[in-house]
Write a protein that binds this ligand. Structure first.
Ligand code: ADP
Ligand code: AMP
Length: 214
């Protein structure tokens, strides 16, 4: 099973991806997570990536495609994967077609949420420093404030989850990533999901779609 989860920043891709990958027994591959991990290293690449991430701009296609190509060649991808945050531009989607060859993707889940809700979701998002589990101050709070339920480590706010960077990221999504829906439309594998429901209801809807294709 080779899946892609799409939707604007804050739509709930990472939250749903964690549940989908455990339900399907496949890998979660998030370019955002891979880039954030690299920015923690004081490498030249890490420093360059940080400036793109902090401003909400996309990392250049050549860099992104190289990173994903290397990742998809690893043997653990053979049992299937869920891509989250890649592709984000038409050239990236074309490169992915080249990497995957004729079998391509089996399913694209497209989550939609309106922009006012996205702003609220992103500015209220908190993430665990250690295990990466995602929370929300109002919609998915941890049991103890600032502490991860999973591993007990500290929660932090992503440097790109500020009001001004969020509006930039939403604009980047509209201009560069939303056109991908047209790119994939005629393949008949895109399923639209209403993301403005509870986290569990969104997951139930996604499960129905997955059961329909396996
Ligand atoms: P993305 O990966 O698409 O950027 P996340 O999964 O990180 O989005 O979700 C963004 C924020 O919204 C997080 O704080 C998360 O807890 C919260 N969230 C996710 N899904 C929902 C939902 N259905 N209702 C309310 N809040 C949600
Ligand atoms: P995300 O975790 O998906 O919200 O991504 C965080 C940031 O990482 C984005 O705002 C971009 O700067 C960068 N990024 C993640 N995936 C990609 C991609 N496919 N292409 C370019 N930049 C990306």
């Amino acid at each position: 099973m080779r899946m892609l989860i799409m939707g604007p920043p804050g739509a709930g891709k990472g939250t749903q991806a964690a549940q989908i990958t455990s339900f399907c027994g496949i890998l979660h591959i998030s370019t955002g997570d891979m880039f954030r991990a690299e920015t923690k290293e004081s490498t030249e690449l890490g420093k360059k990536l940080k400036s793109y991430l902090d401003s909400g701009q996309l990392v250049p296609d050549e860099v992104t495609v190289k990173v994903i190509e290397k990742r998809l060649q690893k043997p653990d991808c053979e049992k299937g994967f869920l891509l989250d945050g890649f592709p984000r531009t038409v050239p990236q989607a074309e490169a992915l077609d080249g990497i995957l060859g004729k079998d391509g993707l089996d399913l694209i889940i497209n989550i939609s949420v309106d922009s006012a809700a996205l702003l609220e979701r992103l500015t209220g998002r908190r993430v665990c420093k250690q295990c990466g589990k995602t929370y929300h101050l109002l919609y998915q709070p941890p049991q103890d404030e600032g502490v991860c339920d999973n591993c007990g480590d500290e929660l932090y706010q992503r440097s790109d989850d500020t009001r001004e960077t969020v509006s930039n990221r939403l604009e980047v999504y509209q201009n560069q990533t939303a056109p991908l829906l047209d790119y994939y439309a005629q393949r008949g594998i895109v399923r639209d999901i209403n993301g403005e429901q509870s986290i569990d209801d969104v997951f139930q809807e996604i499960k129905k779609v997955i059961r329909g294709i396996v």
